[in-house]
Design a protein around this ligand. Structure first.
Ligand SMILES: NC(=O)c1ccc[n+]([C@@H]2O[C@H](COP(=O)([O-])OP(=O)(O)OC[C@H]3O[C@@H](n4cnc5c(N)ncnc54)[C@H](OP(=O)(O)O)[C@@H]3O)[C@@H](O)[C@H]2O)c1
Length: 327
């Protein structure tokens, strides 16, 4: 079958550009035993993919030049040599940026019936689990505590904010537009928000939003936004380092505030994590979700050909909630 795929043509310098990607016409290979042919329905574009476009060792291997980009995806089985899946089944897995993928059945999961299959890439997928485990296992929020989350209107951030509310916390969200912040307050019940793009003094804004100090900081962005948090942490505060999107397009080591004095005098904890270290938590998340919480938002970009554009848009914050491409 005629196919199309998107390869890494060159390594980005700074912000990725369309020219870093190459569209190539190919054909699907024949199916082996236990494999299925999937028609792509949704492709997930994620900030961490930027790290895989850089040369050098990270927690995941970099993409080779000329390699097909891979990320989470949802597809419909159109042909099957698997005993597990039949044509018409909707599955999710780690897939190539292709119109059609051939994949072994062990690497695929059926999407949860009764909810949009795209949620497998967002609230009920990797970003949702990142929020769930990062906040509950490392952040350990307690009722009445103040939780600050940066990147609050993104896929991970908005789930963190809502799980923190479920835990009975006061939640302060930091995001890059008034519209996103309005959504956080009006739709998700976030107690206070800060627009880091228009606020001149992040420290003062945070101090005002957190009169009792900060007990948990869920850091999705790093950089100056996070620097403003440390002077306000409370005794035994927990700082969850989930992401550092503000520096993903930089090749230089980032220099900012030294948080050690604040960590020392407040006996605080700073811990990073990678979601692949955690086992499955989808069942509990799905149970909450079907009960009405957490809510989720998706920004759906139409058309396979717009996948690179949708990825690049993550760095200017064009998405509210999970950024997904509909093929
Ligand atoms: N540790 C893990 O295992 C793990 C797993 C998944 C994701 N993550 C990380 O979690 C973070 C959020 O991921 P996501 O998938 O939920 O993405 P996302 O938040 O849905 O999308 C990225 C958002 O980052 C914000 N942003 C972009 N450039 C920024 C900058 N320079 N400073 C501050 N904010 C900036 C933008 O929102 P604004 O409009 O607010 O600027 C944009 O919408 C990322 O850092 C990601 O790498 C980590």
């Amino acid at each position: 079958m005629q196919n199309k795929e998107i390869r890494l043509a060159s390594r980005p310098t700074g912000l990725p550009a369309i020219e870093n990607f190459q569209f190539v016409d190919t054909e699907t290979p024949p199916l082996g035993e236990g494999e299925v042919l999937l028609r792509s329905l949704y492709i997930s574009v994620d900030p961490y993919l930027r790290g895989r476009m850089r040369e050098g060792k990270s927690y995941v291997a970099p993409f080779e030049l000329g390699q097909v980009i891979e990320s989470g995806g949802v597809g419909e089985v159109v042909e099957s040599r698997s005993a597990t899946f039949k044509p018409g089944d909707i599955v999710s897995g780690y897939l190539g940026w292709r119109l059609y993928n051939v994949a072994p059945d062990q690497q695929l999961m059926r999407t949860i019936p009764g909810v949009s299959p795209s949620t497998a890439l967002g609230v009920l997928g990797m970003p949702g689990l990142t929020a769930y485990f990062g906040l509950l296992d490392i952040g350990k929020p307690k009722e009445g505590e103040t939780v600050v989350v940066s990147g609050a209107a993104g896929a991970v951030g908005m789930t963190v904010a809502q799980i923190a509310k479920i835990q009975g916390c006061r939640v302060v969200g930091i995001a890059g537009s008034d519209e996103k912040n309005r959504y956080l307050r009006d739709e998700l019940g976030v107690d206070a928000t800060i627009n880091y793009k228009t606020t001149k003094d992040m420290f003062s804004a945070l101090k005002e939003a957190c009169p009792g100090g900060i007990d948990v900081y869920f850091d999705n962005v790093g950089g100056p936004v996070s620097d403003a948090v440390y002077p306000l942490i409370n005794d035994r505060a927990r700082v969850v380092i989930c992401g550092q999107i503000s520096i993903y397009n930089s090749d230089k080591l980032d220099v900012g505030l030294r948080p050690q004095p604040f960590v020392l005098i407040h006996s605080a904890l700073i811990q990073g994590f990678i979601i692949t270290q955690y086992a499955d938590g989808v069942a509990h998340l799905a149970q909450w979700f079907t009960g009405g919480q957490p809510k989720h938002a998706e920004t759906i970009v139409d058309g396979f050909e717009n996948t690179p554009k949708a990825f690049i848009a993550l760095f200017s914050g064009e998405n509210l909630g999970k950024q997904i491409v509909k093929c």
